[in-house]
Design a protein around this ligand. Structure first.
Ligand SMILES: [Zn+2]
Length: 171
């Protein structure tokens, strides 16, 4: 891997060879427990990998202790005010950092997964929500979504812990 060229923001503005804005975004989540994002072009495989530098966003011990009290509902008024001040200061410090202070940014040749199969959606026989047909479960005479069939797609009994929201730009 080599240092990013062109810089990360320019690749976001011109993510495809025709110089037009991206018209759709595909999000692939790999639950590796790391603060890393890779943005890549499907056409060229070129991308940038952005990882958080160790310790670059580490909160102070004072803030961490106040955060624990705030979450536990144990903070008094002065502690809430102090936490707010430290939170604001930390936010401003991060905003004023250069990108190289926070992130390690490198160009990569991305190994992208194959394009997703486009499948028809059908209503679940129990909840009625439209569901990709290939993800449905046949139970007797019913065709159910995995929620209604009591099957977790990933075999997890607990929530993953984060919800990612992304927007697809419209060209
Ligand atoms: Zn259902």
């Amino acid at each position: 891997m080599t240092p990013a060229k062109p810089p990360f923001p320019a690749m976001l503005r011109h993510p495809n060879p025709r110089g037009k804005p991206a018209t759709k975004t595909v999000f692939v989540f790999r639950d590796y427990g790391k603060m890393v994002r890779t943005l890549a072009s499907r056409q060229t495989g070129e991308g940038v990998r952005v990882s958080l530098k160790p310790g670059s966003m580490a909160p102070s011990e004072t803030r961490s202790e106040l955060l624990r009290k705030v979450r536990a509902g144990e903070a008094d008024e002065n502690q809430l005010r102090r936490f707010d001040e430290l939170h604001q200061k930390r936010s401003m410090d991060i905003l004023e950092c250069g990108q190289d202070d926070l992130f390690d940014i490198r160009t990569v040749d991305a190994d992208l997964p194959p394009k997703a199969v486009i499948d028809k959606s059908l209503p679940c026989d129990r909840c009625g929500e439209r569901t990709m047909a290939s993800r449905m479960v046949e139970t007797g005479s019913n065709r159910l979504c995995r929620d209604c069939a009591g099957q977790d797609e990933y075999g997890l009994s607990e929530p993953v812990g984060r919800i990612f929201v992304w927007a697809a730009a419209r060209g």
